[in-house]
Design a protein around this ligand. Structure first.
Ligand code: GLN
Length: 487
């Protein structure tokens, strides 16, 4: 038998149902894996050992009494930007050190109601700002495929923990690529749902009109299982979509005959690593061999996506992060007078990356500049959205790379912020337009680093991208590869 930590969620559910394993055994195996590997990898900010074992015990008892909830007894972990009742939630920031939410985010509550066992909270770039997890105020997370490289970001802890078999699946969040890019750097199925598909209640806001929570797992089927539980209307989030949630598992037919695939010519960019382009083009060829139709399309406003994102998202961040004043949440640097308490708390509590974004956003929103910057960027956002509306009237999905390169080394992009920002050039438009996207493993480069294929779908097109990703994944063995460190 495979080791318990090698099981996918679907396989583990079968074994739990047949009584071949218990949730306590499964959970203990993951806690042992954390003990063995996390000292090097550093994916977890908090490990909730006792809670996990209690929940596992309760899951086993419930199952013995005939319960069969969709994720009963499955050990998962959660990015530290998502609120967990009674468990410290820091957003990877010093300013929230010691902050213990008094409620669960809706997605966490839904996972708990579905039987999840919670292993802990995962490292991330501070307030989800970054692409490498190097902006965490606590420590760097290592990529299990090469310990000298970043796992991607901002959901780097989420990605590394699943790749290293320390959790069966995780929730990440994606404001400009933070689920898909670390998913591709770590060889995972990683899905950013359409804006509004998953409730943001209890997700600590960075760019509220971009943020989405989604699953990161080792198979597309596992991602579908988690999405099934967390998707759907939430009265606590007025931006959550009322549309009924389809049966995502039923969408995984393995059939892509007649699927119309668009290749946006703006996404096959100069500067893309040769191995990445080769693997992505080979994957697209394989779709054609499986009966899909390929067509080149154009998204003419793509080059404005990064600038529009950095104006609108930082503007929203400047408003969202105004609440960390030392009075209501987390750390306080008490100076005895109010103004200096604010100043020092924020000055010492936020990292450099967060500060420049707050400053940029505050500038873009200030009187006299608002129309020229924020207003203009919103106009550009509409044009980008219209580009997608137009191509999705002609094709079912779009395909491209997730990131122009594979995982980079620590420090490589930190000295050059523009280079770091450009790492998101292929993912950010989806958030600007509110559409859905998934990263699925499609090969390795010459240094044995994973490459991700990105499949984008229209708003609420999750069934179609899951179907396409699943068909490709199952026709290949990339997703089964395991990092040497963990073997
Ligand atoms: N890397 C992008 C940024 O730094 C996106 C981050 C995210 O998706 N949370 O803003």
């Amino acid at each position: 038998m495979d080791s318990l930590t090698d099981l996918t969620i679907s396989e583990a559910l079968d074994k739990l149902r047949s009584g071949a394993i218990t949730s306590v055994e499964l959970t203990q195996a993951h806690l042992d894996q954390i003990d063995q590997y996390d000292e090097q990898i550093r994916a977890f900010l908090t490990v909730t050992r006792e809670i996990a074992l209690e929940q596992a015990q309760a899951a086993d008892e419930a199952r013995a009494n005939g319960d069969d909830k969709p994720l009963l007894g499955i050990p998962l972990a959660i990015k530290d930007v998502i609120s967990t009742e009674g468990i410290e939630t820091t957003c990877g920031s010093k300013i929230l050190k010691g902050y213990v939410p008094i409620f669960n985010a809706t997605c966490v509550q839904r996972l708990l109601d579905a039987g999840m066992v919670l292993l802990g909270k995962l490292n991330m770039d501070e307030f989800a700002m970054g692409s490498s997890t190097e902006n965490s105020a606590y420590f760097e997370t290592h990529n299990p495929w090469d310990m000298e490289r970043v796992p991607g970001g901002s959901s780097g802890g989420s990605a590394a923990s699943v790749t290293a078999r320390m959790a069966m699946g995780t929730l990440g969040t994606d404001t400009g690529g933070s689920i898909r890019q670390p998913g591709s750097f770590c060889n995972l199925a990683a899905l950013k749902p359409s804006y509004g598909r998953v409730s943001r209640y209890g997700l600590i806001a960075y760019g509220s009109s971009f943020d989405q929570t989604g699953p990161m797992t080792r198979t597309v089927e596992d991602a579908a299982r988690i999405l099934q539980v967390i998707a759907g209307l939430d009265p606590n989030d007025s931006t959550s979509r009322p549309d009924p949630v389809p049966n995502y598992l039923e969408a995984l037919t393995g059939d892509v005959k007649g699927l119309k695939i668009g290749l946006p010519k703006e996404y096959f960019v100069d500067g893309m690593a040769a191995d990445v382009e080769k693997a992505v083009r080979a994957a697209i060829q394989q779709f054609e061999d499986m009966g899909a139709e390929i067509k080149e399309v154009t998204l003419p406003h793509t080059k404005y996506s990064l600038p529009a994102y950095y104006i609108v998202a930082t503007s929203e961040a400047s408003a969202n992060l105004a609440r960390y004043d030392g009075i209501r949440f987390g750390t306080k640097v008490d100076t005895g007078d109010m103004w200096n308490t604010y100043r020092k708390t924020r000055g010492e509590g936020f990292g450099e990356e967060v500060k420049w974004r707050i400053m940029l956003g505050t500038y873009a929103l200030s009187a006299g500049y608002y129309d020229a910057w924020y207003g203009k960027a919103l106009g550009v956002r509409s044009l980008i959205k219209q580009d997608f509306d137009k191509v999705f009237s002609e094709v079912d999905v779009l395909m491209a790379a997730v990131s122009p390169t594979t995982a980079f080394k620590f420090g490589e992009n930190m000295a050059d912020p523009l280079k770091m920002i450009l790492a998101d050039v292929l993912t950010i438009s989806a958030n600007v337009a509110g559409i859905c996207g998934i990263s699925v493993p499609c090969g390795f480069d010459s240094q044995n680093l994973p490459i991700g294929l990105q499949i984008l779908g229209p708003q609420l097109g999750e069934e179609t991208i899951l179907r396409a990703a699943h068909a490709y994944e199952q026709a290949n063995e990339w997703y089964q590869a395991k990092p040497t460190l963990i073997r």
